[in-house]
Each structure stands twice: as C-alpha cells, then as structure tokens.
Design a protein around this ligand. Structure first.
Ligand code: SAH
Ligand code: F3S
Length: 441
C-alpha cells in the first residue's frame, strides 16, 4: 500500500513551489500519495518561514500539535524544511525531539534519502547544506494542469538588506539555465497551464545561461512568451535597484507580460532606505516607476512596506505615506519590523514603542486598503480579460478567475470546462477582497 504524505506550507510563494516539488519527488521515488488528513499520514512535512518572529513561533506550535498524533502512531515521521530549518538546524530536534528529519530549501531533493535513512537506522537526519542548484537535477519536471503555475528561476539572495534573514537561510543567488526553465514551462503548458509566474527573491538579477552564454530575465520572458499556450507571464519579486532597461523595454515587445508589477519599496524615507541597505532612494524609485509607465501607461504597482524600522521617526513614516500617495499602490503587503537573528538591523538602536509602530501600521494599511478598493471600484462597469482558475471555495456554483492585476473575480457558472481558459468578464460589483461579474459572450 502506498505511504501517505501530508505537507503544510508556511510563508512565501517560493515555499509553495518547493512544497509541490517535495510531493512530486516523494511520489516518484518512494511511491507516496497525498494524505487527506494529518492523522492518516506516514510522513508529515512542515515547510517553514522565518521572515518574521511570529512566523518562526508558529513552527514549534505546529510541531506540538503533530507530536500528539505521533504519540498515537509511533511509526509516523516528522520532517521540518524551509527557512527555520535552515536557520536552526539540529537545534530544532533538541527543542522538539518528536522531529525526525531537518532539511533546508536547497536540500529538499534529498528527502527520499533522508527518509529512508531514518526508517532504516532510526538515527535522526539533518542536512541543511547549500549544494548549488543540485536540487533541480533531481526533481522530476512535470505539468500538473493548474491554470497558473510558479516556476523558480533563481534561488537565494545576495542583497543583504539589513533587516532580512533570507540570504542566510536560502543562501547566495544561483540562477537555473534558461533551457532547464523552458523545459519546465513547456511541460506545464502541455498539461494546460496558461499563466507562468517566474519566481525568485530577486528575479531581475537572474543570470541563467542560454546556449552556454550568460543571459537575462528579459530574454527569459521573451522565450517564455514563445511557448505555445502561454498567455500570461508574471514575475516576482523584483528589486528596484536592479530593474534594468532591457526589462523595461520588454514591456513594449511582449504583450503576454502583464501590466502589473510587485516592486517592493519598503520605505519612503531616504534615511531609512539607506539604513535598510536597499541601494536606491525615493527619487530613483519614482523615476523607475515613470520609466515603466512610459512604456506601459496602464501599469499598476504593488509593494511591500516595513513600518517601525529601528529609529523610524514620524518624518520617516510620513515619507512612506507620501510615496504611497504619489504612486497610488495597488494591493500591497505591510509589516511591523521584526528583528531577525544575525542581521545588522537587529543591533540598531530603536526608541519607537511597539504601540506607536502598531498605530503607524494601522494608518498605513487603512490608506493602502482605501487605494486598493478604489482600483476595484473603478473596474465596476468594465470588461476584464481573466484567467479562470477553478471553482470558488465557498460556492461550487461560482467559478473564480483572476484579472491582469491579480484580483479575484467570482462569477456564476457551472461550466467546469472554462477552467484554464482566458475569458472576458463584465464586472458588476467591488467587494473588499474580490470582484463579482458576469461572463461575456
Ligand atoms: N526579495 C524580496 C523580499 C522577500 S521578503 C525583496 O527584495 O523585496 C518579503 C517581505 O518581507 C519583504 O519585502 C519585507 O517587506 C518583509 N520583511 C523581510 N524581513 C522583515 C523583517 N525583519 N521584519 C518585517 N518585515 C520583513
Ligand atoms: Fe531579503 Fe533584501 Fe534579498 S529583502 S530577500 S535581502 S533583496
């Protein structure tokens, strides 16, 4: 009988991508199938996130819950992967002895080996090394048929923003080859995928080779657009410092590249941006936005914001509110600064109270929500070209699609054959988290 696997994923899209690869690998090499519940699993995997302290705490709470299942089923194995695993290594097993296996984002391809070793020897397994891109030569490439899919193009990050733990947990930047990426995209397109989201912490520093020569994200986008059935291309996340002219120009040539970009600014204060080591200032950021808009006037921008960076003054915070009002960002993410181990910002003096930071976050999020709802309301009465992703979770009589700027649109239909198709939807209503509309013939 096939063994059963349950994977829980915390954190970013990169983790979601990695979790899907873990399943592909264990299914192919060890004949695992997906468990419906945690209780029926033989192997529980937690793919963790350590970007903020709260995310990290969730890991030990989850292990605590899984330990109770293991008490009833001693053959159950628990594996911890992702960024907390990479950061803490063996310490995870010391603190939580129910854990059998610890592996990092770059060693997930070793899971079958680590699992078998634990089964055969009963010795706990820890491998959080960084073997450069080895994982991609071990992971099966196959399409799953989902209308929209992630494809990892560059792993790790070299930027060392002063607040960020990623360069430590995911290692240095390494790009896959373009041929390898295009193989994966073609396999996805053959099975019905229509939208590709090229993934990396810093995609515009992609330097993968093409026919043996160093290439670029712009080239990769052009080649992706040539693959039959690929109708939409996104990428995330791009760093404002490395947004080169060839990438701006691609917007002119490749209609499949959507008119929406996630371009995290983090702060609107030059003083804070410098302390963050972001390598751009407000003027440069705004100039880049103008440059992109000159090629695609209908472009929309979303961002990440950190509120309450150590020593952030009220003037710094006002700078952030100003840039929000100037760019008029669409759906964005915002967080209170969270000190992370072994990052330079964690040693910076900070005289701003947590209460003050919460108030600033509140002001900022209210403004972002207002802007984003404004964009939604402007779509009422228009016709939007959307990719149908599946049935609505709440109501099976409704299908769910996404607009170019990635907004969810629900519309009434029982025609499941529409899933995976690009269709036109007349937008009738804007709700805080989605739009509603009717299928246009
Ligand atoms: N590579 C991306 C960011 C990856 S982390 C980039 O270049 O922007 C995702 C987001 O988490 C960041 O953009 C930042 O806004 C937030 N973040 C990272 N470290 C954080 C910390 N220590 N405290 C609060 N937010 C943080
Ligand atoms: Fe983190 Fe900055 Fe890299 S936010 S992921 S160190 S670009």
């Amino acid at each position: 009988m096939a063994k059963k696997l349950f994977i829980k994923t915390h954190g970013c899209q990169m983790n979601e991508y990695d979790s899907a690869k873990m399943f592909d690998l264990l299914e192919e090499k060890e004949d695992f199938e997906m468990a419906k519940t945690e209780e029926e699993a033989d192997l529980l995997i937690l793919n963790t996130c350590s970007i903020r302290e709260k995310a990290q705490e969730r890991v030990f709470h989850q292990i605590g819950r899984w330990r109770k299942i293991k008490d009833k089923n001693p053959n159950l194995k628990i594996a911890i992967g992702g960024c907390v695993a990479s950061q803490e290594g063996e310490k995870i097993i010391k603190r939580a002895p129910a854990v059998d296996i610890v592996f990092g984002p770059q060693t997930l391809h070793k899971l079958p080996e680590l699992y078998n070793e634990k089964e055969n020897t009963n010795i706990n397994q820890v491998d959080i090394s960084f073997p450069k891109l080895e994982k991609f030569s071990h992971i099966p490439i196959r399409g799953t048929g989902e209308p929209s899919a992630f494809v990892s193009i560059i792993e790790g990050c070299n930027k060392y923003c002063s607040f960020c733990v990623v360069p430590k947990t995911r290692g240095h930047e390494v790009s896959r080859t373009i041929e390898d990426i295009l193989n994966e995209i073609s396999a996805l397109a053959d099975k019905g995928t229509r939208e590709i989201n090229l993934l990396g912490q810093n995609v515009n520093n992609f330097k993968g080779t093409y026919k043996g020569e160093k290439s670029s994200l712009a080239k990769l986008i052009e080649l992706t657009a040539k693959i039959e059935n690929i109708e939409r291309i996104r990428y995330t996340t791009s760093h404002p410092h490395e947004f080169k002219d060839d990438l701006v120009e691609v917007y002119d040539r490749v209609p499949e590249l959507v008119s929406h970009v996630h371009l995290p600014v983090q702060s609107g204060s030059d003083r804070v941006l410098k302390l963050m080591r972001r390598r751009y200032n407000v003027e440069k950021y705004l100039h880049l936005i103008e440059k992109i808009k000159s090629v695609r006037p209908d472009m929309s921008f979303s961002s990440d914001f950190i509120v309450g960076f150590p020593g952030e003054t009220i003037e710094d915070f006002e700078g952030t509110m100003n840039i929000i009002n100037e760019v008029k960002f669409d759906e964005s993410f915002s967080f209170i600064y969270s000190p992370r181990p072994n990052t330079t910002a964690s040693d910076m003096p900070d005289d701003v109270s947590q209460q003050e930071k919460k108030e600033r976050l509140n002001i900022l999020q209210n403004r972002l929500n207002q802007l984003s709802f404004g964009y939604s309301r402007k779509k009422v009465g228009t016709v939007q070209n959307c990719l149908v992703n599946g049935q609505s979770k709440r109501d099976p009589g409704q299908l769910q699609a996404r607009t170019i700027c990635n907004r969810i649109v629900n519309f009434s239909s029982n025609d499941i054959d529409l899933v995976g198709q690009m269709i036109n939807i007349q937008i009738n209503e804007a709700l805080p988290n989605c739009l509603r509309g009717n299928l246009q013939n």
